[in-house]
Design a protein around this ligand. Structure first.
Ligand code: NAD
Length: 355
């Protein structure tokens, strides 16, 4: 199917900007609808110049007038819905924003898109797809010997973030079943790469190691995450938009499980090689701190359905891509420092006192 015009909600975020860059590379016209919260980095698309075929609209997915306006104006062939509050630690301290953006925002997107889509003429209506982007965290926590998550794994969210994403996924599937809206749901494992907001695990480790500050490791650091490069996630979302079957669910991951401690050690070692420091090895900066309440112990994805049905596969080799990501943060140190400084610097969140 030829896709020519796509609306990306949350298109100024970490994954959204990667999706927008790939769409623009393919000469697809893009309208990015984004509330430009603290997490937005529109400069990851338009930092040098505003690319041809790209438009950024400040707007809120909770506001049906904003969503209706861009649909009517832009007449997309597809919507990729990424707008969300995305940081688990913040969801522990302030869950309401997660309910409002992730659940109500998704509801408003589904309702507004459905009204607009129903009025489309035959071919446009046939061609249209909505890709709802979710996380593997909705499936809950795996034991070490459990098989990886598949699209058949029951939902068992355990944090306010994952509960809000799970609720949104249920709404998205219900809109397909009830109203026939051509919705495709995707669940992805942890992403990494350039432009990730410096409160997330990998950028925190890099930034703290560079600044020679203690690097917090929650609990024993034995929680396992399955890491995928953000560009591989973005290519999966484009494949789902172009080739996904409405009503289907696709899981993206790279069969790349790491414990938090092992990954932090690898980052320290790579950084030591890249930017040696006379104080020695950065591993000694790792510091075990109080664990996150309800911390899931393991996530792992079985991506075989996406590989088989979408012809998708990750292109990045983990250690090389991690080295490139570290190099990017070394080269963009002031970007990460400025972003954190605007929030008053790095601060441990999510200990649950205010919940
Ligand atoms: P992010 O926090 O970097 O970006 C989110 C974007 O959404 C920001 O630009 C923000 O301004 C925008 N936004 C927030 N509230 C909004 C609102 N009410 N209206 C419009 N825009 C709003 O997040 P991300 O890491 O890019 O994640 C994007 C999506 O992918 C989320 O839905 C997330 O749940 C999902 N996801 C993320 C990961 C990951 O590892 N980061 C993994 C799987 C799935």
């Amino acid at each position: 199917m030829t896709i020519e015009r796509v609306i990306v909600t949350g298109g100024a975020g970490f994954i959204g900007t990667a999706v927008v860059r790939q769409l623009l590379d393919r000469r697809v016209a893009v309208l990015s609808l984004d509330a430009l919260t603290y997490a937005a980095s529109p400069e990851a698309v338009d930092g040098d110049a505003i690319p041809a075929g790209y438009r950024l609209e400040a707007g809120d997915v909770r506001d049906s007038a904003d969503v209706a306006r861009v649909l009517t104006d832009f007449q997309p062939d597809g919507v990729i819905h990424l707008a969300a509050e995305s940081h688990v630690d913040r969801s522990i301290d302030g869950p309401r924003a997660f309910l409002e953006t992730n659940v109500t925002g998704t509801f408003v997107v589904l309702e507004t898109v459905t009204s607009w889509w129903r009025e489309l003429g035959g071919p446009s209506r046939e061609r249209f797809r909505l890709v709802h982007v979710s996380t593997d965290e909705v499936f809950g926590s795996l034991e070490p010997d459990d098989p990886p998550f598949t699209a058949e794994t029951p939902y068992r969210p355990r944090s306010p973030y994952s509960a809000s994403k799970a609720a949104a996924d249920h709404f998205a599937r219900a809109w397909h079943e009830t109203y026939g809206l051509p919705v495709i749901v995707t669940n992805c494992s942890n992403n990494f790469g350039p432009w990730q907001f410096p409160e997330k695990f990998i950028p925190v480790v890099i930034s703290r190691a560079l600044a020679w500050e203690p690097i917090p490791i929650y609990g024993a650091g034995d929680q396992v995450r399955d890491w995928l490069h953000v560009e591989d996630h973005a290519s999966g979302l484009l494949a789902a938009l172009e080739r996904g079957a409405p009503g289907s669910t696709y899981l993206f991951g790279a069969r790349n499980e790491w414990s938090n401690r092992a990954l932090a050690e690898l980052i320290c070692d790579l950084l030591d090689g890249m930017v040696p420091d006379k104080r020695g090895a950065r591993r000694k900066l790792l510091e075990n701190v109080t664990d996150r309440p309800g911390h899931d112990s393991r996530y792992a994805i079985d991506p075989s359905l996406a590989e088989r049905e979408l012809g998708w596969e990750p292109r990045h080799t983990f250690t090389d891509a991690l080295r490139d990501t570290i190099r990017w943060y070394v080269d963009h140190r002031s970007w990460a420092e400025d972003r954190l400084a605007k929030l008053g610097g790095y601060r441990r969140r999510g200990l649950g006192e205010s919940a």
